[in-house]
Design a protein around this ligand. Structure first.
Ligand code: SF4
Length: 318
């Protein structure tokens, strides 16, 4: 899966050593490596091997260490975290989430990326009842056209994907749903691209990461006929990015006047006197304030307006 954050570090394959972190606010913990899915464009199953899950005891020890050093948010990362536990006995992703949920000091648990097929009604109901779970799910789509999905070797249809998104929105209020979409996959005609465009427009993600397909030697899609010209990929990518920006704005706008809990992290570059942080549903918030007082603290913020890709607000109650 594409990871939603570029600062997720890739740790040692054998050890899954300590992962990346921001300054005492958010720690990235790799719980799994490898993938057995063999999407036709992806080299990872060949390059990184089959699914391997990290020993739950080691995961919990690491989370406890982070909690003891003051980290409040944990991001669970991996190549295909939905497969966590497939190679172990009697444990799955939901179990490890619940164990981490018990650890004092950890206020938020975020998942880096998750397969749509894993988000069953049962799983969504369970996570909706875990208050530390961030209301943010990165559900990789790749294409909104069934024919393209099939050639990509993805294991869901657009109908199945849509019902997963409906389910998340039904059970989790104000949930942020982000995704990856690939344009210019071999054989993607204008008609297929239009299907994708309409599909993602209907879902209106709170953010889309748009990738242009690039050929990887050793993958099945490398030899697929009808490779798409670069200028077409470029054009499709621009269209989707523009749509993504519109949907992102709409999502942000829907929070004006509301109060959200913000974990503050750092001063805003180019905005003198402002400090920024993230909500659990992945909104960037900026307030006027002192970083020394706010860093790594969670405060409720009343949202006032949108400016420079931030929701600007005021802290309530101090
Ligand atoms: S893109 Fe497909 S094959 Fe590659 S890591 Fe994701 S699920 Fe596995």
């Amino acid at each position: 899966q594409g990871e939603w954050s570029s600062d997720v570090c890739s740790s040692d394959l054998e050890e899954f050593g300590v992962t990346a972190y921001t300054e005492r606010t958010r720690a990235y913990i790799k719980i799994q490596d490898g993938c057995n899915q063999y999407c036709t464009y992806c080299i990872i199953p060949y390059a990184r091997g089959p699914v391997r899950s990290r020993d739950p005891k080691k995961v919990l020890d690491e989370v406890k260490r982070f909690a003891d050093s003051g980290y409040k948010e944990i991001v669970l990362t991996g190549i295909h975290i939905a497969s966590y536990g497939k190679d172990l006995k009697n444990i799955g992703l939901l179990d490890i989430i619940k164990m981490i949920h018990e650890i004092d000091g950890i206020k938020r648990i975020r998942l880096s990326s998750i397969e749509p097929t894993f988000l069953t009604e049962e799983f969504v109901k369970e996570i909706a009842n875990l208050p530390k779970m961030c209301r943010h799910y990165h559900v990789s789509l790749q294409s909104g056209c069934d024919e393209t999905l099939k050639r990509m070797g993805r294991r869901y249809t657009t109908k199945e994907y849509k019902s997963v998104i409906d389910r998340l929105r039904e059970y989790i209020k104000d949930v942020a749903i982000t995704t990856d979409v690939m344009v210019g996959f071999p054989g993607e005609t204008e008609e297929e691209f239009l299907k994708t465009y309409k599909f993602v427009e209907e879902i209106c993600f709170s953010k889309m990461h748009v990738f242009k397909y690039s050929r990887r030697k050793g993958t099945r899609a490398y030899n697929f006929p009808n490779q798409v010209a670069n200028h077409i990929k470029e054009d499709r990518s621009k269209k989707l990015i523009e749509l993504s920006n519109r949907c992102e704005y709409k999502f942000m706008e829907s929070f004006i006047g509301k109060t959200l809990e913000v974990l503050f992290e750092q001063p805003v570059k180019n905005m003198e006197g402002y400090v920024e942080g993230l909500t659990d549903n992945y909104l960037s918030i900026a307030v006027k304030g002192d970083i020394k007082l706010l860093r790594n603290e969670i405060f409720p913020v009343k949202i006032k307006e949108i400016k420079d890709n931030f929701l600007i607000g005021e802290i309530e109650g101090i």
